[in-house]
Write a protein that binds this ligand. Structure first.
Ligand SMILES: *Cc1c(COP(=O)(O)O)cnc(C)c1O
Ligand SMILES: [Zn+2]
Length: 405
């Protein structure tokens, strides 16, 4: 037997590793892997002990940081998607998988950085306005930090979205009224009462997002890709990612900038509307109809700021339909990633821009997969998945017939 093998946890019988049956032929107990490494011990512990603020300390204005508040956000995988490359006929597609963050979306980066800032100001209460990923993220980090946490949600929040916020035990308030206005009013109330609202595009949330850009640069060995695809709602994340590339560029760590592509859903695309109409300001979308609220802010508070950046740095803004987002979700699943529709628009946009001739075959593209599909299982009904069923007697035949399909 070589030094790498399977061993039965019951009778100790050994098996080679190239075996798909996971239990022992003798005693039917589970097998386990024995791996005898030639290296004596792991020397580089940096990845496990550091967090993003420590790793990129030169790019953040904190003299002290509170390690304990980190839930190990960031340091997410950059995955090469060869099947998607083949399907979309684009040579290099990478997926920046933000679904693996502590609360399953990139929001955790900004929440962590924001909480650090709140603490450095001596705040004992934080808050946010959100009905989705940001609410969950702020509630989690508020709990972790032991801060009072106020989560404002819109009055019509679906009940399936409340539980995942309340589990962290925040003060949750349903607010009726114009969502765009609640955002500004909550910031004002926060200022009066000393509550640090970590909402969509506050500066330290944007600071969190810039670490996405830093990581992509490191992961690609500082060879900047041609395109970065960013699902866009309030515009805060897009601003952060662009800022990150700019900071590395200014420090000479990279020698060019990628082209930034912001994607909105066609049913709620205020930034896109302003972009094609060549307007500097963004108008509120009156009756948004979009499959996933995570990218359907009808009045994006960072819309104008993002437009300024995109105009300055050769950006692109595009939209995809709800159906295209859902098909993007299925395509990502083929690579083993379960993203929410809001995050899947990156892939839908790749397909569309390739067909339009904007992106060519030789391009190197990084799609930001902003949040996980597990957050929004209600939507899966739209896929009309079919399920086979069998009795125990028929099982073997049914498996054979299914495999032949
Ligand atoms: C918040 C969010 C976005 C949009 O980010 P903005 O900073 O609001 O533009 C996109 N996708 C997911 C999954 C999100 O949670
Ligand atoms: Zn100003």
């Amino acid at each position: 037997m070589s030094s790498n093998y399977l061993i039965c946890t019951g009778c100790q019988k050994e098996y080679p590793l190239d075996r798909i049956f996971p239990r022992c032929d003798n005693c039917f107990e589970p097998l386990e892997v024995r791996f005898v490494s030639t290296k004596k011990f792991i020397t580089d512990k940096a990845l496990f002990s550091r967090n993003i603020l420590e790793h990129y300390a030169h790019f953040y204005p904190f003299s002290e940081i509170e390690q304990k508040l980190s839930l190990k956000e960031g340091f997410t995988p950059l995955i090469k998607a060869d099947k998607l490359s083949q399907l979309l006929e684009i040579d290099n597609i990478y997926l920046k998988n933000e679904t693996v963050n502590p609360t399953w979306s990139f929001k955790d980066r900004g929440t962590y950085v924001g909480v650090q800032h709140a603490l450095s100001l001596g705040c004992d209460t934080i808050g946010t306005l959100s009905s989705g990923n940001m609410a969950v993220s702020v509630a989690a980090y508020g709990a972790r930090a032991g801060l009072k946490t106020i989560i404002l949600v819109s009055a019509d929040i679906p009940s399936e979205k409340i539980g995942p916020i309340l589990i962290y035990h925040p003060i949750l308030i349903k607010v009726s009224g114009d969502y765009g206005q609640i955002y500004y009013d909550s910031l004002k109330i926060g200022r009066e009462l000393g509550i640090y609202f970590l909402s969509s595009d506050v500066p330290f949330r944007v600071e969190g997002s810039k670490s996405i850009a830093f990581e992509i640069c490191e992961q690609l060995d500082y060879k900047v890709p041609d395109y970065i695809l960013i699902p866009t709602s309030s515009g805060g994340n897009g601003r952060g990612i662009i800022k990150g590339f700019l900071e590395f560029y200014e420090k000479g760590l990279i020698t060019k900038l990628p082209q930034f592509i912001c994607i909105q859903l066609a049913g709620c695309a205020p930034i896109y509307q302003a972009w094609i109409n060549k307007e500097d300001s963004v108008s509120t979308i009156k009756n948004p109809v979009a499959i996933d609220n995570a990218i359907a802010n009808p009045f994006p508070p960072s819309g104008k700021a993002l437009l300024r950046l995109l105009r300055k740095f050769r950006g692109i803004v595009t939209t995809v339909s709800d159906e295209e987002a859902l098909s993007g979700q299925l395509m990502l699943a083929r690579e083993g990633i379960f993203a929410q529709p809001a995050a899947s628009v990156s892939i839908a946009a790749l397909q569309k821009l390739k067909a339009e001739g904007v992106i060519n075959k030789e391009s190197r593209c990084v799609a930001i997969i902003t949040g996980a599909g597990i957050k929004y299982t209600g939507i899966l009904e739209k896929h009309n998945f079919n399920v086979a069923a069998s009795t125990l007697e028929e099982l073997k035949d049914i498996i054979i017939s299914k495999l032949a399909d």
